[in-house]
Write a protein that binds this ligand. Structure first.
Ligand code: 7TS
Length: 417
């Protein structure tokens, strides 16, 4: 056991060398970066890939005959193939590059949702969603008169599957659910939800913003119809994200934004649209971002997603054990690391979570505090804000120790210990 721990820590130290930013100091102390649910750090290979693009073959894509444009186009489409393989989509036609998970969900809402949903149709979501998987559906509800309902969570922060089953009825056209909660860390049983939804003919959109960076994800195995995720939370650049959609559904959907690249022919009175996936990619895309995401996917694949998950489970177990011993702490969400990713949200006595984050910042520790863009979920637990430590494959046990020590000091500072 001790040997396993030593081996895991050693491997992590090796991985850390790939991330230049992890060498920096904050407030004179080594950075302890525990805000990975907000955005991840980037390995050298991603930074170099961006540099290489701008230094050697920067050009617009899909339009130039010249060498640079051809090279940029090839690399952009190669990145799409890498993403295809990473989530085991059937073809690159099913991978649409967008800005982020938020845009991916809005794309589905404003194309499939706006054109398919009718008054009285039901969309089932959950109270543990990020705002980006709630607000777009409220827009569609208000425009189309659909019925938008939310499955509850249990006291220990798991999805209430019984409640979900009751809500999925013959009027249900879409179930939209996160793979992993950004506040509770809860990993949802998407396969089970897909089975129920498909039985009544409803589609399933999975918000993979937290899940895809941290878990092995196979869209064919999950059986979901859409999957949305962001590059920046999985070691890629900001401004690039992905919408996966099943080809037969994407073919039936109208385009999202109109403009260059998404067309076949434009006449003053009518336009024909491009093939998949470009039909959904109007205007000059984030070329460097897509290529950088391709490098991130290569990097994650070289680590192996099973290993990424195993490391996080191991670290989460340790963090839950150590943090549970802190006086006055209240951890919300499952306490079982096999049911959650490396996200731990907590309150500490009556210390405001922003104060906790400020005190930790003085120690070089980065955590997020606030409502984490999941206000309905916090309301469900009767709180306004939490502090949140979120881990990735480069975090170590000793960083968790630094966090725990700092939280104990915060208690002393507030006279709670
Ligand atoms: N869905 C989930 C589950 C998320 O956690 C986030 C971002 C999003 C969607 C939106 O991602 P974006 O890349 O489009 O912004 N979550 C967080 C967070 O927890 N802290 O900062 C951003």
């Amino acid at each position: 056991m001790l040997e396993d721990v030593e081996k895991m820590e050693e491997e992590t130290l090796k991985i850390r060398k790939d991330f230049p930013i992890l060498n920096r100091k904050v407030k004179g102390k080594p950075l302890v970066y525990l805000d990975n649910a907000a955005t991840s750090q980037k390995p050298k290979i991603v930074i170099e890939t961006l540099n290489n693009f701008y230094s050697h073959y920067n050009a617009n894509i899909h339009r130039g005959i010249h060498e640079l444009s051809a090279e940029a186009t090839d690399m952009h489409e190669e990145a799409r193939q890498k993403v295809t393989n990473f989530i085991n989509a059937k073809s690159a036609e099913e991978i649409i590059f967008v800005r982020n998970a938020t845009e991916a969900i809005n794309l589905v809402a404003y194309t499939w949702g706006l054109h398919t949903l009718q008054k009285g149709d039901r969309v089932v979501s959950t109270v543990m969603e990020h705002h980006s998987n709630i607000v777009p559906w409220q827009f569609i509800r208000d425009l189309k008169g659909i019925d938008l309902v939310y499955a509850d969570v249990t006291e220990d922060g798991l999805l209430d599957y019984e409640n979900m089953s009751q809500l999925i009825n013959e009027n249900t056209k879409l179930v939209t659910v996160t793979l992993m909660s950004n506040v509770l860390g809860t990993i949802n049983d998407v396969k089970r939800i897909v089975k129920q939804a498909h039985e009544v003919g409803a589609l399933v959109l999975v918000d993979g913003a937290q899940g895809v960076p941290h878990l092995p994800v196979d869209v064919q195995e999950l059986g979901c119809d859409f999957l949305a995720f962001s590059g920046h939370k999985m070691m890629g650049p900001t401004g690039i994200g992905v919408l996966y959609g099943k080809k037969d559904i994407l073919l039936e959907m109208p385009p999202f934004l109109g403009g260059g690249d998404m067309i076949k022919e434009v006449h003053l009175d009518k336009t024909t649209f491009n093939d998949l996936p470009w039909k959904f990619e109007a205007g000059t895309p984030n070329i460097a971002g897509a290529i950088g995401l391709g490098a991130a996917v290569d990097y994650l694949s070289s680590l192996g997603m099973e290993k990424v998950r195993a490391h996080e489970k191991y670290l989460t177990e340790y963090a839950l054990e150590k943090m549970s011993d802190i006086p006055h702490i209240n951890i919300i969400g499952p306490k079982d690391a096999s049911k959650k990713g490396g996200v731990i949200s907590f309150t500490l006595g009556d210390i405001h979570p922003h104060d906790i984050a400020s005190i930790l910042n003085e120690e070089g520790i980065a955590v997020r505090s606030g409502h984490h863009c999941a206000q309905p979920l916090l309301e469900r637990f009767g709180i306004n804000a939490t502090a949140r430590a979120s881990m990735y494959v480069y975090n170590t046990r000793s960083e968790i120790d630094v966090l725990v020590d700092a939280l104990n000091r915060a208690l002393e500072l507030f006279g709670l210990k």
